[in-house]
Design a protein around this ligand. Sequence first.
Ligand code: C5P
Length: 222
Amino acid sequence: MKKISIAIDGPASSGKSTVAKILAKKLNYIYCDTGAMYRALTYLAIQKNIDFEDEKALSDLCLDHTISFQQTEKDQLVFIDGLEVTEAIRQPDVTNSVSIVAKHGAVREKMVELQQMIGRTGGVVMDGRDIGTAVLPEAEVKIFLVASVVERAERRYKENQQKGITTDFETLKEEIEHRDYLDSTREVSPLKQAEDAVKIDTTGMSIEEVVNTIEKVISKKN
Ligand code: C5P
């Protein structure tokens, strides 16, 4: 079967990375978590005390450092200059600042270039906010995943509980809503469904059901 590109976009905690990882494994494709790249840059900016509004300094950071992934049986590990930051980039300080860093055109230009290099050969499942609209506009399959904000907050709440992190549910919900607001109202490549994307509302669906639904979309394209 021909190797295609699969773009999965959607708001925060809509289950994109969970299903993207499963699909990539099943298809033996590369998985590219573009959110992790923006998170890694934000982590670096925090470490180096760079102002989140300093577009030039932030885009220079992309040139001075290397963000890379390593796929293991269980997970995808994220590295900055060879140092593992997989857990560090999921901490609240990064999560609550990443949308400010990601709004800058010069930052996005550099990130999109890297992401397009990763996706160049096809055989990739890439998830993010602008994959179907800006990074891989020619992707054969485009999915736009949505879910109610309450369900997304519940999923994140349970995930945190499993990791031993205690969070206030209402705060989580507000943070998700705020990040969606910033991501969908920014000037450059806002979170938006591509015209040719298939929208799937995953509220009340199991992970398996979502994967099956996407597999049906893929099989129609092959
Ligand atoms: O997917 P995740 O929630 O980890 O993404 C973190 C943040 O990175 C998003 O809230 C968004 O601000 C930014 N992002 C983006 N474009 C992408 C992927 C993520 O702007 N393609």
